[in-house]
Ligand binder design. Sequence first.
Ligand code: GRF
Length: 197
Amino acid sequence: MLKARIAVLVSGGGTNLQAIIDSQQAGNLPSGEIALVIADKAGVKAIERAANASIPCEVIIRKEEGFEEKVLEALARHNIDMVVLAGFLGILSADFIRRFGKPIINIHPALIPSFCGKGMYGLKVHEAALEYGVKVTGATVHYVNEIPDGGKIIAQKAVDILPGDTAEILQRRVMEQAEWKLLPAAAEMVAAELIGR
Ligand code: GRF
């Protein structure tokens, strides 16, 4: 395989998708190429980001009947070698993970095992960190298995919590200082392994 064909699954703003696109355009994703974006909701900014980068994008509505079947079919049709969950809010079933049978990685906006698991996503993660009073948080990239945020950890990066932080300010700092650095680097690492680099 010359380059690993990567599908990025998104649900919202797509800033993590954008980080991977920018990394690829800067030549920092030599082992892979973003071959497909799948949005599980219509009208999200991530779709625009894919279009601006001329990346094929399919909208497969998560709440609709047969969502996982449709995603598996799109991944096969595009000959995808690995999946990156980037701000993706769905939980993929064990059956999906088994049937896809190739690497799936996810970015979580906390230092797993803190502030993770079912129902911990987006701002809720940062609200929980502020509520608990931790002084350091960060982001984690991990392999996806059937346990929400439960797969083997690939990379983590710590981010300081500062006096006066709100959940929104903290989320932005974690994105800028951790997520947008970790995910592109992890995508390249997993892609390089896939192509035997
Ligand atoms: C953010 O909360 C990010 O921490 C998490 O998903 C949310 C949106 O990400 N991974 P994105 O901007 O859609 O990539």
